[in-house]
Design a protein around this ligand. Structure first.
Ligand SMILES: [Zn+2]
Length: 317
């Protein structure tokens, strides 16, 4: 029996697979496989790839090349760019399945040296269906992206920090520049958001800023989300000061304006909702209480972001 089938194929299993990619480490750490996975995740998310069957398409090649070009050159300079490399070599991972053309079904070459050769040997690739489904769903997708980013790209590296920490006025640029550069900004924002989530939950020590709940398990997975105060879809602002760590319930309540925060970081509860909470403290009881804040003032939510939330999202009178 195939040993890999002994593991439950849950999200932890795939996060572990993503940590254990068999990348070339002869000249540093080859970024090909994580970048291929990020590209695939992006195309599935955008519904450009609709089924679990990946051809060696121009769209995939282009996405991969663009990721390659935006990650800092430290990661890429010692390696040759080319989607054909990870597309083939990822077959050493248990979740990536290649279907070969007839003449290569029995035996496959050890190495692939070009797109042409890859197309001669390989028909298409598939992921485990379970993994494909995890990518389709936002929460598990974020976990997978975060795993790739924290394992394979060190966000303390200066150049990556420039991408992930600083907001580069995405909004202005997106209206001014052509479609190509919008895509690059979107890609940067995938990297930036992964870093945002990691940073936010870390500085709030995995607790909900509203109710202080902390539930984690071994892989540092946590019940809290990194919530954007000014919505990501409108502002593309993934600065730490536009973030709050909130449990799933209070994230939903915050995004729907059921509570907000005043300029002294005290909770204000809306009077416009019904609530039945027989087993734990009701939301209304938190009215006037202080929000849980990070240790450093530097990381506190920005007042302009909070004010924006109060005026635009909060359901007051
Ligand atoms: Zn909470």
């Amino acid at each position: 029996m195939d040993t890999k089938n002994n593991f439950p194929k849950n999200i932890n299993y795939y996060c572990t697979c993503f940590k254990n990619l068999k990348t070339d480490k002869s000249r540093g750490v080859a970024p090909h496989q994580p970048l291929l996975l990020l590209s695939i995740i992006e195309l599935i998310t955008q519904d450009i790839i609709k089924e679990n069957k990946f051809l060696i398409s121009d769209e995939l090649t282009k996405t991969f090349n663009e990721y390659w070009d935006i990650v800092p050159s430290d990661y890429t300079c010692r390696y040759k760019k080319g989607l054909y490399l990870p597309f083939y070599h990822l077959r050493k991972s248990p979740f990536w399945h290649l279907t070969y053309h007839k003449q290569y079904m029995e035996e496959q070459p050890k190495k692939i040296k070009s797109y042409k050769q890859l197309r001669e040997v390989v028909k298409y690739a598939q992921l485990d269906q379970e993994l494909f489904n995890f990518i389709k769903s936002e929460n598990s997708r974020n976990e997978l992206i975060d795993t790739l980013m924290s394992m394979w790209f060190d966000s303390s590296k200066k150049e990556l920090e420039d991408i992930v920490i600083f907001n580069d006025n995405f909004e202005d640029k997106i209206t001014q520049e052509i479609e190509e550069s919008q895509k690059i900004y979107l890609r940067k924002s995938v990297l930036r958001n992964a870093s945002f989530r990691k940073a936010i939950v870390h500085i709030y020590e995995y607790q909900c800023a509203f109710c202080h709940l902390r539930v984690t398990h071994s892989l540092k997975q946590s019940i809290v989300d990194a919530a954007h105060i000014k919505p990501l879809s409108q502002f593309y602002d993934s600065n730490i000061n536009n973030g709050l760590s909130l449990c799933k319930n209070h994230h939903w309540a915050f995004d729907n304006g059921l509570f907000t925060i005043d300029d002294n970081y005290k909770i204000i509860i809306s009077s416009h909702f019904k609530e039945y909470s027989p087993n734990c403290r009701s939301m209304r009881e938190f009215n006037g209480e202080e929000l849980l804040l990070p240790k450093l003032n530097l990381h506190y939510p920005r007042l302009d972001a909070i004010q924006w939330h109060r005026s635009n999202i909060f359901r007051s009178s």
